[in-house]
Design a binder for this molecule. Structure first.
Ligand SMILES: NC(=O)c1ccc[n+]([C@@H]2O[C@H](COP(=O)([O-])OP(=O)(O)OC[C@H]3O[C@@H](n4cnc5c(N)ncnc54)[C@H](O)[C@@H]3O)[C@@H](O)[C@H]2O)c1
Length: 353
């Protein structure tokens, strides 16, 4: 019988990253399923290291994963540190490296040099291609909440991670009349669902559009809303939802956009009226000074603002699949195949050197 899979949850390098891919309660379930789990100590993780130790995880110093046995699965969320160069483990994380993103050639090269592999969580899917674990719901929730708070003049940067209860108190406590008119595009997806629920919490009724409503886009109707939450997942070109020329429209009431999609670097950017994401220090950017002024909120790490809730939801989705690691489970086989497709140029270069 093969040895039990070894899972090693690493400390995240970005100090604003407070989320964890596995929360202590799910670590306990994985231990019960026979996995061995090592958790790196991490000063910023929203879940204390002691809670992982209490359920039976081994604890290791932050950043010590390069010393883990070669057959260990290293689990994380975001970018790896620059050292060591050659990566010899199988890393489960969001690598953002399969679509020629900035830095992806170098990262794939490091894996090719070390003989490791990426099991990219973005490509952990069922047989129909549906994602099995995602942070979308809470991204949409926070994005819509920030848009409402900004519209009410109640957003106080810099933003800091907090809890849903705190956010909901703000949403409930800053209401005035009348509530803004709000449109959610991509309303049926994960982010869109979260966005609609945040708007409901804030007492804002939303118009909900998904694919059928944008097929023949009624831009005048779109611009007639005061608040727009964009939550689409676009894989091929679609007509932009708001164009530069729309900013001067005398019928525009739109004054706040929360662009959860944040596709600023993509050729399929649906809101080409702005080009840069915003930050926790400056979450709001002015797009147009024409009346009414139009502001955009475009944070690409929204779920990190609710690290406990978003981690708990993600971990609940991911845990059953981690329990199947090392058992030639179809979802992990697909994930690995996707890595080899993306890595082919780096791997074949290695063969020729
Ligand atoms: N900013 C962040 O922190 C953050 C976090 C997570 C996800 N995201 C992004 O949010 C987006 C949505 O992610 P998701 O997980 O909700 O995806 P999803 O697949 O669950 O939902 C996307 C929805 O958009 C709809 N859609 C696609 N094209 C459309 C169009 N042209 N018009 C109208 N609706 C359209 C789909 O039908 C679907 O209902 C993605 O781009 C994702 O990368 C951002």
């Amino acid at each position: 019988m093969p040895d039990a899979p070894q899972l090693w949850m690493r400390h995240e390098t970005r100090d604003s990253e407070h989320r964890a891919p596995i929360v202590p309660a799910d670590a306990a379930r994985l231990l019960a399923a026979g996995l061995t789990i090592t958790v790196e100590d991490s000063p910023q993780r929203a879940f204390p290291t002691a809670d992982y130790a209490a359920v039976g995880c081994r604890i290791a110093p932050a950043g010590s994963w390069p010393e883990a046995p070669a057959d260990t699965y290293i689990l994380g969320l975001k970018e790896l540190p620059g050292q060591p160069w050659a990566l010899r483990h199988r890393h489960i994380f969001f690598s953002h490296s399969f679509q020629h993103q900035h830095g992806s050639r170098e990262l794939l090269r490091r894996f090719a040099d070390g003989g490791g592999a990426i099991l990219d969580l973005e490509y952990l899917t069922d047989a129909e291609g549906r994602r099995l674990a995602a942070f979308g719901y809470w991204a949409g929730y926070v994005g819509a909440a920030l848009a409402v708070l900004h519209r009410r003049g109640a957003l106080r940067p810099p933003l800091r991670p907090g809890s849903r209860a705190e956010l909901d108190r703000l949403l409930a406590g800053t209401g005035g009349s009348p509530a803004p008119t709000a449109l959610v595009i991509g309303a049926l997806g994960r982010c869109g669902t979260g966005a609609r629920e945040a708007l409901t919490t804030a007492g804002v009724r939303s118009t909900d559009w998904d694919l059928p409503q944008t097929r023949h886009l009624d831009r005048a109707a779109l611009l007639d809303h005061e608040l727009l939450v964009n939550a689409v997942l676009v894989r091929e070109p679609v007509p932009p939802f708001v164009r530069v020329e729309d900013l001067a429209s005398p019928h525009r009431r739109l004054s706040v956009i929360a662009d959860v999609t944040c596709d600023v670097a993509s050729p399929h950017h649906t809101l080409p009226v702005y080009r840069h994401t915003t930050t926790w220090h400056e979450p709001v950017a002015a797009v147009s000074g024409a009346e009414p002024p139009l502001d955009v909120i475009a944070l690409d790490n929204l779920p990190s603002l609710l690290p406990r809730e978003s981690s708990a939801a993600f971990s609940a989705d991911l845990m059953p699949h981690l329990a199947e690691l090392g058992r030639s489970a179809a979802q992990w086989d697909r994930c690995l195949r996707r890595y080899h497709e993306a890595a082919m140029p780096s791997e074949s270069k290695e063969r020729h050197e």
